[in-house]
Write a protein that binds this ligand. Structure first.
Ligand code: KIV
Ligand code: ZN
Length: 515
């Protein structure tokens, strides 16, 4: 049986403390609705005393959201606690979360209080909050830089005053997992009445250890984790909810602990928070990054296509992220390419597949991202390729405002290789004239069209031409990131079709131009 860990989400309070992430009441309410769908146990909706907007957000969320407990933060001051209660009082399940620092650094330099004064204030304010509500949480701020004996004294006193949850904040992200786990164990041993309270942890990510510290604390007996969606929060952020939850779910065998989070709602929550706060999620972010379930390496793709467990420790569907994404790129394998083409409805033969795969690799060297449209273009060209009489070997074009466009084209015609230089009114014209000279075609160019298939300056450009010879027309298509090469391919594709037709009709041999 797994121990159930309470998830205390503070996206709307500590998360909002991320620079530039402030949210209005409507925005907070829509995130709170998603947090309720996600199944968090507690929503810290704001810091009621801090501003009229926060007060209104706490009040609205407490009144409208069903399911989770709604909490407001309050400094250890009567006015803060009164304001938190005013905002919360209409709610069905509410909590006041009050805090004061316990580290000498904070007490001396910021609060200007002695340890005794801070302890007295903490006890008085927990009692004050308990006058309003049973569910009171207390945080000794900067706990991880506090004297352990004093910290334990404060915890014992606030629990005696009625705190149902004692939260251990690593306010400045100073802890490391081993030490933090040991601190939680020490608290369990040294605070005599600790059983009357849930131990919570609240880790900041200044050293990138917020999730690891939270997990270490759970292993040491913590029963609540404070976290935020996408790990947003003050400075480097807070422990990320999705990472803590999925670590527990994925390694239930090891931790013997789980949460009641409905993980299929994670991706939606992540996207909503990102959209509302304007804070982008880095692509390689665990669980919710765009690449979290994307595989590019051919070896991984091959394994995945055989059995998902080979390279996936959790299913994307389990966090609502859709399906595993096989990214076709320069590291992809033939197996994944073939599978994707089949999904798109193409069943190329081995030779077509080889040709198309080679082109995919060349394209991936030139282009950052391969889109489905790119694949479509490559495969239709390869499957629709007539037997190739004319093959392009190399092109070099010189053009610009000061020079006459000049093309050097090298191609094979059957077994013969030919190279020729020609001029034209523009680079494409120079290439077309040179190809016409090499092939000695009598065809006329009827139309020439170019379009970008995908966005960006590295887009694959597609050229379509139609040509006519002795009353017979042929269409040709060519695609490449270089529009001149795409143009040459399109022209040769059309010439090859005419040649193939002539061959089927038992007519003309391919022509070879003179050098
Ligand atoms: O980081 C912190 O110490 C806090 C407290 C208010 C819990 O956010
Ligand atoms: Zn914090």
């Amino acid at each position: 049986m797994s121990r159930m860990i309470q998830i205390f989400d503070t996206t709307l309070r500590d998360g909002e403390q991320s620079p530039g992430a402030s949210m209005n009441v409507e925005e907070k309410l829509s995130i709170a609705r998603q947090l309720a769908r996600l199944g968090v146990d507690i929503i810290e909706a704001g810091f009621a005393y801090s501003s009229p907007g926060d007060f209104e957000a706490v009040r609205t969320i407490a009144n409208e959201i069903e399911g989770p407990t709604i909490c407001s933060l309050a400094r250890a001051k009567p006015a803060d606690i009164d304001s938190a209660w005013e905002a919360l009082k209409g709610g069905a399940k509410v909590r006041i979360h009050t805090f004061i620092s316990t580290s000498d650094i904070h007490l001396k330099h910021q609060f200007r209080l002695t340890r005794e004064e801070a302890l007295k204030r903490a006890v008085e304010m927990v009692s004050h909050a308990r006058g309003y509500v049973e569910d009171v949480e207390f945080s000794p701020m900067d706990a991880t830089r506090s004297d352990e004996t004093y910290l334990c004294e404060v915890l014992e006193a606030v629990i005696a005053a009625g705190a149902k949850t004692v939260n251990i904040p690593d306010t400045v992200g100073y802890a490391i997992p081993q030490d933090f786990g040991r601190l939680i164990e020490a608290i369990r041993k040294r605070v005599p009445n600790i059983d009357q309270s849930v131990i919570s942890v609240h880790c900041h990510n200044d050293l990138g250890l917020a999730v690891a510290n939270s997990i270490a604390a759970i292993l040491a007996g913590a029963g609540q984790v404070e976290c935020t969606i996408n790990g947003i929060g003050e400075r480097a952020g807070n422990a990320s909810l999705e990472e803590v939850v999925m670590a527990l779910r994925t390694r239930k065998d090891l931790f013997g602990a789980d949460t009641k989070i409905n993980t299929e709602e994670i991706t939606k929550a992540s996207r909503l928070v990102s959209k509302i706060t304007g804070m982008m999620v880095q692509p390689n972010k665990a669980i919710v990054g765009a690449n979290a379930f994307a595989h590019e390496s051919g070896i991984h793709q091959d394994g995945l296509l055989k059995e998902k467990m080979t390279y996936e420790i959790m299913r994307p569907e389990s966090v609502g992220a859709g399906k595993t994404h096989i990214v076709l790129g320069k590291h992809s394998g033939r197996h994944a390419f073939k599978k994707r083409l089949e999904e798109m409805g193409y069943h190329p033969n081995e030779a077509e597949l080889d040709q198309a795969f080679e082109r995919l690799k060349r394209l991936a060297d030139q282009k950052k991202e391969i889109f489905e449209e790119d694949l479509e273009t490559i495969i239709t060209e390869e499957m629709d390729r007539p037997s190739e009489t004319y093959k392009l070997i190399a092109i070099h074009v010189e053009s610009g405002s000061e020079v006459t466009p000049t093309a050097t084209v090298e191609m094979s015609i059957g077994e013969t290789v030919r190279k020729m230089v020609g001029k034209g009114d523009g680079p494409v014209d120079a290439v077309y004239r040179t190809i016409a000279a090499i092939t000695q075609t009598k065809s006329r160019l009827l139309s020439y069209n170019v379009k970008g298939i995908t966005g960006g300056t590295d887009a694959l450009g597609e050229v379509s031409v139609s040509i006519e010879e002795e009353g017979k027309t042929a269409m040709g298509h060519g695609a490449d990131t270089d529009i001149i090469i795409a143009s040459a391919r399109a022209y040769l594709n059309a010439l090859n079709k005419l040649a193939a037709r002539a061959a089927r009709g038992g007519k003309t041999e391919p022509k070879v131009g003179l050098i």
